[in-house]
Design a protein around this ligand. Sequence first.
Ligand SMILES: *Cc1c(COP(=O)(O)O)cnc(C)c1O
Length: 396
Amino acid sequence: MKTVYVDNAATTAMSDTAINAMTPYLKEVFGNPSSLYAAGQAAKEALEKARADIAQCLNADVKEIYFTSGGSESDNQAIRSAAANGARNGKRHIITTSFEHHAVLHTLKKLEQSGAEVTYLDVHSDGLVTARQVEEAIRPDTALVTVMYANNEVGTIQPVRGIGEVCRRAGVPFHTDAVQAVGHIPVDVKADNIDMLSLSAHKFHGPKGVGALYCKRGLPLNSFIEGGAQERNRRGGTENVAGIVSMAAALKEACANMRKDNEKLLKLRDRLIDGLLTIPYSKLNGDRKNRLPGNVNICFEGTEGESLLLNLDNAGICASSGSACTTASLEPSHVLLALGLPHEIAHGSLRLTLSADNTDEDIDYILKEVPEAVKKVRAISSFWDDLTSGKTKHFI
Ligand SMILES: *Cc1c(COP(=O)(O)O)cnc(C)c1O
């Protein structure tokens, strides 16, 4: 059976470049980077070369990059560190948005239990917040602003540069979860006024379980995992050398191909959006313009996302409703609710996230299968019955 993978916001296939880059460090160069003999120092050199490559892709300095186990750890470390350092100066207020990734939201929930006060900015129905909203929420006791670069469900790209500017002017550290942005759209920590940034390798065709945290020089960064003196005492534990080298290779490749890949992706994405919107009572979630080049998120009234996914799975299409983390629960996505969608509509949403590996034939196939799946699901849906009989009103 044909399979079409369009769930690249959940994870990506590793590129050949990323796989080939890591194998020597699993085989010959397996030394511990902290060891003084040559085999250890060869690993250490590879580690530092990877750090320099990643710094260059972000326009950061090499000493501003810390390796972690992925996006979730980077988010946890950045937020907890800024909260602790703020609290030491009596600042216990944190600003975020209501549609962050759970790695951010759940960390903040924990901090609220120990005395932090969190402002959750409302997200406009187009999936965007403004720098103005951030500016108005900043107080003298604000310890941190954390706003994601691009949303993982609806793909909207936030006005990070403006938000960073507002934060810099107020002297408040600005963290951004850029896991969906890095390797996909240009990210420049200096031009964007970013103080801390999280990234994860497996979202740009690198391996799972490895990521990085950028922290601007001069900003204090507390360790999150205690242990040895690795990562200049900010992250204990023997480094994942093969994963880190592979991450750097994947990122370099993604940045080198970005312009070409995005030209292709925009064409595929827009054809997919236009095709799917011909299905009656469908609507694109999130702003169309300020949107990741590979993201399509559409709701179909009178459907349940889970049933759509099962039908598509039978046709070999790997997609998502909401995010992978919520697939196991029947709660609608907090992101779609944050955009103001009613529960029934949020339930009937489908996220298709493309990579440059997708083809025109993939889009043809999806445009054949999704309308059939929607029709099937609506045929047995009580929501749809109520809509067609006029018992409930159409939202779209
Ligand atoms: C995937 C993702 C994360 C988590 O990254 P992991 O490396 O899987 O821990 C965090 N934030 C966003 C926006 C993501 O898409």
